[in-house]
Design a protein around this ligand. Structure first.
Ligand code: C2O
Ligand code: CU
Ligand code: CU
Length: 507
């Protein structure tokens, strides 16, 4: 399939009330191009090409039923977990991760992982800037896990990375202050080697941080009504209705062909007419979404780390794994739909007759002081690549040639420093994500970032055609012996070693 026929297919594939019938072929196309380059340099090129074609053919028959038989269903909205406050005013949240079952409308109920007994995913935690927070995480799984607060600026020991193992039957406590502004973050397991699978089985949830930014007063903010969580994940089901999980070690990571939003396949949501806020999270293992809105306008108001300086009208939004974006959709009298360029409709929004009563959109959302390059004291570069040699030996996914080693600290950052990091990648798509910090993008291919990428970010897409330079201040927490992770958020790559560790030290 060449690029042109692919383009033609995708423009035809997204009728507002139609079915997603072309998803399989698109996905196969993506994974095929992702591995093209390596195929060509492999010694066993014919063998591998044969395998690729064989699996392409297999893909095509696999999911026919699951894709074509699902009528639109109401979007499930994860419950909201509000804190309980103790006498000292500390906000407490309790999470329990365990096994559950979810109705994906397959041939049987599907075994899942979830938090707090939900059928899949976890509750949305609502935090407030300035609060002291204690979150307990109890592990009711039969395997070890951790829970990481993605995008949160917290001390390393409370960050929930691969070092904060929670043995089955035990409870881990994270204890921190919310020192960052309003934002949409998320939480998910982070055990080295099983992050992808635990997230895939359903362990993930949103975190909403609120603050008293006056600009937010006219924005939709009623959870589940005009402020909608949208956790986008691709999945694959076996004939007996179970989640089919795999790691793809040879390309852009594992792309599945059935879209789910909050665990619902082919969802619609009833919304008031007027401004509706969608809190988008790409919680997928590897798939990058190219999102647009049909039947209404889309305006981006927040990136990973919080509000943009001003709302930015967008035709298309690229959401890589781990990324969040908050968008405003102005729903009119007719349905509107969030659409992915490859898989078709993601979420239909049906006006329910009520008026949202919010708006107009403020001109200014936040003050984002650009970090000045004159502040920079340290430069580093991070190259994400497949390190195998001609014979397919050697480390696979690595950063600067090194694979993850829990006993190795890759570098140390001095507390108070401002650092510039140059990010590059080869062999397909990578998504750079450092813990602790929200960074600013200084440049993309040498050019200043567009307004929609000029806010605070913690996750950024990098590939052969997209070199990114970021800048960050390390001025909050330091610890002598507990590292933060930095890694590729294509979870296949991360689990296969595309991760490292840094310390922030105060000397
Ligand atoms: Cu979303 Cu290291 O994490
Ligand atoms: Cu993270
Ligand atoms: Cu990667």
């Amino acid at each position: 399939m060449d690029n042109r026929s692919y383009q033609a297919m995708r423009t035809e594939s997204v009728p507002l009330n139609g079915k997603r019938t072309t998803g399989r072929r698109h996905a196969a196309y993506e994974s095929f191009t992702g591995s093209t380059r390596r195929l060509l340099i492999n010694a066993g090129v014919f063998f591998w090409a044969f395998l690729a074609i064989a699996s392409l053919a297999a893909c095509d028959t696999d999911n026919e039923e699951a894709l074509d038989t699902s009528a639109p269903a109401p979007l499930s909205i994860p419950e909201l977990l509000e804190p309980t406050f103790d006498a000292a005013g500390v906000a407490h949240y309790d999470l329990k991760i365990g096994e559950s079952r979810h109705d994906y409308r397959q041939t049987a109920l599907t075994d899942t992982y979830s938090y707090n007994g939900m059928s899949v995913l976890g509750p949305t935690l609502r935090l407030r800037t300035g609060d002291s927070v204690v979150i307990s995480v109890t592990n009711e799984l039969d395997e070890v896990t951790t829970t990481h607060w993605h995008g949160a600026d917290v001390p390393a020991e409370d960050d929930g990375g691969p070092h904060s193992i929670i043995e089955p039957g035990t409870t881990w406590m994270a204890d921190f202050e919310v020192i960052q502004p309003a934002a949409t973050l998320w939480y998910h397991p982070h055990v080295h080697g099983s992050t992808a699978e635990q997230v895939y089985r359903g362990a993930a949830g949103l975190i909403i941080i609120e603050d008293d930014n006056p600009a937010a007063a006219t924005l939709p903010a009623t959870y589940g009504v005009d402020d909608i969580p949208v956790i986008i994940q691709d999945r694959e089901f076996t004939g007996d209705g179970q989640l089919d999980f795999a790691i793809d070690d040879g390309g852009d990571g594992k792309l599945y062909t059935t879209l789910t939003v909050n665990g619902t396949i082919n969802p619609f949501v009833d919304v008031p007419k007027g401004l509706v806020r969608l809190r988008l999270l790409n919680g997928s293992q590897a798939r990058i979404y190219h999102l647009s809105v049909e039947g209404a306008d889309m305006t981006k108001i927040a990136s990973d780390g919080g509000y943009l300086a001003s709302p930015v009208a967008l035709e298309q939004l690229v959401l890589a794994p781990g990324d969040r974006a908050e968008i405003i959709v102005n729903v009119g009298m007719e349905s509107a739909a969030l659409v992915d360029s490859r898989l078709g409709r993601v979420l239909e929004m049906r006006p329910n007759g009520a008026a949202s009563g919010t708006g107009p959109l403020p001109d200014k959302l936040a003050t984002i002081e650009r970090i000045s390059v004159s502040e920079i004291t340290v430069d580093r570069s991070f190259d994400m690549d497949d390190e195998r040699n001609f014979w397919n030996f050697g480390p696979r996914w690595a950063i600067n040639g090194a694979q993850f080693d829990m006993r190795r600290i890759d570098f140390e950052v001095q507390l108070g420093d401002t650092e510039r990091w140059t990010l590059s990648g080869d062999d397909g798509q990578h998504v750079f994500h450092p813990h602790q910090i929200q960074f600013q993008i200084l440049s993309i291919n040498g050019e200043p970032p567009p307004p929609e990428e000029s806010g605070w970010e913690d996750t950024v897409l990098v590939n052969e055609e997209r070199d990114v330079v970021i800048v960050a201040r390390f001025n909050t927490y330091a610890a002598e012996d507990t590292p933060y992770m930095f890694h590729c958020h294509i979870l296949d790559h991360e689990d296969l070693g595309m991760m490292g560790q840094f310390l922030v030290i105060d000397e």
